[in-house]
Ligand binder design. Structure first.
Ligand code: IMP
Ligand code: MG
Length: 179
């Protein structure tokens, strides 16, 4: 499928399954090397990161566990600037090495909120792995340690990422077509 229509927006093909898989592989190799002989707790940010998290974890060879938080900052194609925590973390995180798993880092608002939540729980370390990163939109100073692909400041869809709840099932990534 070259183009996808959702509501009144058209999306064009942007990243292939092969490009996505190589990026996931690159991130996994970096994490496996960084955390050799250690234990990692992956914290995936729902909903968007479910597909990336699943593919990434299949390539992780170090000792690990996975947990999920649910955060929301986007409505339609716009960031609201406010991040709400819809499902939180209940486990004891004292002394744990955390890798945050994000589908995409845009303004960094979600990341900042998550860092604050984790620091309150006295974790040992926090690093972030994201499949996509929009450097032009990023407004924070927090490090983004494992990046798959840097993309321009454009709205994308597929492989977990949605427009108004739709398109998460697509195995490729599409971007909004400009008229
Ligand atoms: P941030 O808080 O602005 O960094 O945005 C992070 C969240 O907004 C991501 O985890 C996504 O769920 C969502 N998001 C940001 N950019 C896009 C996009 O281009 N398409 C779909 N969702 C996006
Ligand atoms: Mg997300």
């Amino acid at each position: 499928m070259q183009e996808i229509q959702i509501h009144n927006s058209t999306f064009e093909s942007y990243l292939t399954e092969n490009e996505i898989d190589s990026s996931v592989q690159k991130i996994a190799v970096a994490i496996n090397s960084e955390y050799q002989d250690r234990h990692v707790l992956f914290i995936a940010v729902l909903n968007g990161s479910f597909m990336f998290c699943s593919d990434l974890l299949k390539k992780i060879t170090v000792s690990c566990a996975v947990s999920f938080v649910k955060m929301q900052s986007y409505e339609g194609q716009e960031t609201t600037g406010k991040v709400s925590e819809l499902i939180g973390l209940s486990e004891d995180l004292n002394g744990v090495d955390v890798v945050i798993v994000e589908d995409i880092v845009d303004t960094g608002n979600t990341l900042e909120k998550l860092y604050a939540l984790l620091n309150d729980k006295s974790v040992n370390s926090i690093k972030t792995a994201t499949l996509l990163y929009k450097p032009e939109a990023y407004k924070k100073n927090l490090p983004i340690d494992f990046v798959g692909i840097e993309i321009p400041n454009e709205f994308v869809l597929g492989y977990g990422l949605d427009y108004d709840g739709l398109g998460r099932n697509l195995s490729k990534i599409y971007k909004l077509k400009k008229h």
